[in-house]
Design a protein around this ligand. Sequence first.
Ligand code: NAD
Length: 437
Amino acid sequence: MRISVIGCGYLGAVHAACMAKLGHEVVAIDVDERKISELQAGRSHFFEPGLPELLHEVLQTGRLKFSSNIADARGSQVHFLCVGTPQRKGEYAADLKYVDAAFSSLIDALEAGNLVVGKSTVPVGTAARLADDLLERFPEATLAWNPEFLREGFAVKDTLSPDRLVYGVPSGEDGHRATEQLDEVYAGPMGLGTRRLVVDYATAELVKSAANSFLATKISFINAMAEVCDAAGADVTLLADAIGMDDRIGRKFLNAGIGFGGGCLPKDIRAFMARAGELGADQALTFLREVDDINLRRRIRVVELTRQLVGGSLLGKRITVLGVAFKPNSDDVRDSPALSIAAQLQLQGADVTVTDPEALSNAKGRFPELTYEPDFNAAVTKANALLVLTEWDQYRSLSPADLASQVTSKNILDGRNVLDPVQWRAAGWTYQGIGRP
Ligand code: NAD
């Protein structure tokens, strides 16, 4: 099929490359010319494992092209909207200005029979509003909403073989045709057994908000248990292992630590609360405010634990933060708890050095005041405390014996509970986990 992808960020660039991999002819469009020239040259403007190799492969076939001109979407049969939906400044609600602008700019490029497919995460009701708009401005095209569930770090795999596909389509003949068009787009993954659900617009939009709310709640639940474990002298990792053995609960997403962040969960649960309020259903989601509060409290707690770890005062203490991306295998620092903790420690008088395998330049763009050190050994030298805040593999496998001679004080805070306290303590370190005695 001939496909256009509007918006080439973390979602759109991967989607475009994967659609070309599935055999489609793809034009991927972004208003940011720097991103377009990087992608056209086969380089990804962000870190995502497997994406550079995939770009290289599909660019060679000639099936993938990049453009900064929306007019180049003309001739495509299916148009995916993949632009950002950030939190509005000073509010909980999502800012839909990029979705609205991209949608409007696309109208002139549409042809009869085209399908416009929203992939961005939007408040429920957005698709119905845009469908009405489309009916007025170009009734020969149809709108569908196909929320995206990819995980950064696994984005290529998640796009080529997703857990499930959700199509939000209108009722009647238009809906049947939209479903057939999307089935053709996703014939590859469906042939491999990916399940697909066809629902109405509102349900499709809510599936995404509900899924992210559930994941955020699971993380905040175990972090709340960590708070109680701290107070009671219990171990939250053993507690998580034990409750996770119950199939109904499951062990995934039960890792206590510094909490969730990134470009999705925090803003999506807030936008969901705001939208529920507009719909008069705010009571249903008041628990999400608590989920958000528990999550933000983690950051304050880690600052306090660090203060205790270095003897009661942060002033002048050399603290090294290992990992600043919001999760490993990503360079994304949007709402990163690690970056927020690093900044807070610095504001409170510590001398903070941050290292990370991929996220330093993004972090520097947000908090230029911190010291960024790409060389791991230089970063840890003479530290009064090391803080593992993003669980990159290289930090999980650190050797307490090797590090001992480099630091000034053998203090380590394990913000993701990924190190073995017995091993670190045996090597003479003061080990501090989260919710662990
Ligand atoms: P992003 O900020 O990385 O990318 C958005 C891109 O859209 C940017 O490159 C921007 O320049 C471009 N853009 C903005 N206006 C445009 C326009 N009018 N025309 C063309 N391009 C335009 O954001 P993202 O992380 O890729 O997220 C996009 C959407 O996908 C959001 O709604 C997000 O919630 C959702 N989502 C993201 C992920 C993820 O892991 N990042 C996963 C699932 C869903």
